[in-house]
Design a protein around this ligand. Sequence first.
Ligand SMILES: C[S@@+](CC[C@H](N)C(=O)[O-])C[C@H]1O[C@@H](n2cnc3c(N)ncnc32)[C@H](O)[C@@H]1O
Length: 213
Amino acid sequence: MSEEEARAWLSDHFSVSRGTWDLLERYVAALLAEMANQNLIAESTRAHVWARHIVDSAQLLPLTGSAGQGPWVDLGSGAGLPGIVVAILSERPMLMIESRRKRVEFLDAVIADLNLSHARVYGGRVEVAPATHAAVISARAYAPLPKLLSSAMHFSTDETIWVLPKGRNAENELEAARASWQGVFHVERSVTDADSAIIVGHAVKPKVRKGRG
Ligand SMILES: C[S@@+](CC[C@H](N)C(=O)[O-])C[C@H]1O[C@@H](n2cnc3c(N)ncnc32)[C@H](O)[C@@H]1O
């Protein structure tokens, strides 16, 4: 997907007002400027930021159409991917969780600059962040599936929709996790990379392993 195609994809899939484009442009500018201070995205993706990061994040939103009321919780938000992008495109309350202090400061600054009053950041580890009932949980490049699920089950109910962008190994990761995790998950193709996929579904508490007796 070229940068031009990425912008066209956003126009086709969201009613992007001039104000929303402005917020997206300002976020991209802030992200690229902050690269002078900290490594937020791979250097090789700098010239493809709209396709590789903005659309890659935005594509999660249409997968959550059946989500009920309640916050979206984004685990390991880093530079705000997908958390800030989703907060620009949606009015759903957004809680980003990020443990690295410099990244938390950047996220707080972006929220203030863009006036995203429905978004906030918890600066700390996912495992100890206070529980809340999430309507949606996302996690992009945060952790392997079993760790990802176990670290955030205190945010999940039977209704929570998990949207988890994964690389080429999505099917294998899902298959491996099924050994110890119940849940109803399926895999959606990524629109930005034909080889990548997004795991979507509901997680249920881990299966209890029986001892050998
Ligand atoms: C590889 S980065 C990905 C960031 C962003 N989601 C993206 O796609 O660009 C993973 C992020 O998760 C954060 N992280 C890792 N483990 C965490 C934990 N247990 N609790 C909170 N944040 C965590 C790291 O500090 C880092 O910013």
